[in-house]
Design a protein around this ligand. Structure first.
Ligand code: B12
Ligand code: SF4
Length: 378
């Protein structure tokens, strides 16, 4: 068995290796996070996961990491800064541009982080021959935030993102589970204090209590995770956000410490954000533009659904002809939101006339319902 001195020195080497690979935060947690698991189960009971079935499907594993990696003793938690540029709430006034969350401006972080994580895993396996490991970034059945808090990487803020003192919250989390014992770090302490900026700014009141998020109301859920129709009650509040939402983090005072990432894969490469161009994207155009971006996940139909909502919120009638062009789109999800957008821009009576001429034989229930709603507003 290794002496504790040897283990400490191996841990130091691992941390150095992680820095070399571009990780900017490193710590070790034990698998037992009882209180977080209880809170997670309560969150599921309240249906705050909405339609993210993978959250309840993976609940048993999330609640017991032994089911993920038998004999797991240590979780190596890692932080990766993605902060590309300063952002304030004035983006909301830019009605002809769609807003993409800072984490998704360029390359997909899963593709950037996973190979590095695997390299670090290999390094760990060489240091501890025969050890069993698993690596995850975002998509694994792992409660990443409470583990990272235990590993001293930061505390879960009232907006429910992890915040690091002197760093902020613009980073990704990832981890290596291992069946070897590594000395654990000191957990981070909550420094939110009396601040409630994130709760008050949230456009949809999704932070229903400090530290509690009802995903069903969060714009990041509505425009990324939700596959179907965005409930009408949230469409105005979504504004021009077409992928995710950053507001609760923009107003967080701890993010005044954020420094630009050294990782060029996350920087804004100056691609167009013009809603009028995006609404015209066909399948090939969408694939070509977003092939390497996390946005590919929501496919053209999800993206154009969001673009239609943003155009509906633009107050700019110039968008009407472009929207009419996709009124007959084969995807009912797109047709539905285009009808809503036309109602917002033209008024319900004119929009209804137009829609009736274009979609006289409409059969899909989502679209029929949207036309009905327009009729009710006349
Ligand atoms: C599901 C999910 C979502 C859902 C739900 C978010 C959520 N709060 O859970 C949606 C789609 C809304 C979402 C949105 C976003 N996400 Co997300 N998401 C996840 C995912 C896959 C699981 C999170 C989870 O387990 N939720 C379960 C619930 C129960 O957790 P929770 O809300 O944090 O609740 C905990 C605490 O708040 C606490 N708690 C509850 N009550 C109380 C009471 C008190 C008094 C206290 C102290 C604590 C406390 O206990 C709970 C359990 O630990 C993780 C990746 C992963 N595998 O972990 C990424 C992850 C959390 N997401 C991430 C990101 C970047 C985002 C967005 C910022 C993206 C964007 N810009 O649009 C937004 C942020 C929205 C927000 N305000 O949280 C990052 C966060 C990085 C960070 N700094 O924390 C993660 C870690 C992905 C990654 N690998 O980097 N996400
Ligand atoms: S991401 Fe946006 S909608 Fe979601 S909790 Fe934060 S401010 Fe609210």
């Amino acid at each position: 068995m290794d002496s504790s001195f040897k283990i400490e020195s191996k841990l130091k080497q691992l941390e150095l290796k992680s820095r070399e690979l571009g990780f900017d935060g490193f710590g070790v947690a034990r698998p037992g996070i009882t209180q977080a698991i209880e809170r997670f189960e309560e969150w599921l009971r309240l249906n705050y996961d909405g339609e993210m079935a993978y959250m309840s499907r993976g609940a048993a594993k999330r609640g017991d990491l032994n089911k993920v990696l038998p004999g797991v003793q240590s979780i190596l938690c890692l932080r990766s800064n993605y902060f590309p540029e300063e952002k304030d709430l004035t983006y909301l006034e830019n009605h002809d541009e769609g807003d993409i969350s800072l984490y998704a401006l360029d390359k997909d972080y899963h593709d950037i982080i996973l190979p590095r994580l695997k390299e670090l895993e290999l390094y760990l396996q060489n240091e501890f021959p025969g050890c069993q490991t698993k690596v995850y970034v975002d998509t694994g059945p792992v409660l990443e935030k409470p583990l990272a808090q235990q590993a001293g990487l930061g505390w879960i803020g009232k907006h429910t993102n992890l915040i690091t003192e002197g760093v902020g919250s613009w980073f990704f989390l990832s981890e290596i589970l291992a069946d070897v014992w590594l000395p654990e770090s000191n957990p981070a302490v909550d420094r939110c204090g009396t601040c409630r900026e994130c709760i008050d700014i949230c456009p949809t009141q999704a932070i229903v209590a400090p530290y509690v998020l009802d995903s069903r109301k969060c714009i990041s859920y509505l425009n990324i995770e939700l596959k179907g129709v965005i409930p009408r009650e949230f469409r105005k509040a979504i504004g021009n956000r077409v992928y995710g939402c950053d507001d609760c983090q923009i107003v967080c005072p701890w993010n005044s410490f954020a420094v630009t990432t050294a990782e060029t894969a996350y920087l804004d490469k100056g691609n167009t954000k013009a809603l009028m161009e995006w609404i015209r994207l066909d399948d090939d155009g969408f694939r070509a533009r977003f092939r390497k971006s996390p946005i590919k996940r929501i496919k053209r139909r999800g993206f154009l659904r969001n673009v239609a909502v943003a155009l509906g919120n633009s107050n700019d009638p110039v968008a009407v002809p472009a929207l009419v062009q996709v009124l007959n789109d084969p995807e009912p999800l797109i047709r539905t939101h285009v009808i809503w957008a036309l109602g917002e821009l033209m008024g319900p009576a004119k929009a209804l006339d137009l829609v009736k001429t274009h979609l006289a034989n409409e059969k899909h229930e989502w679209v029929q319902q949207e036309i009905e709603e327009l009729g009710k507003a006349v």
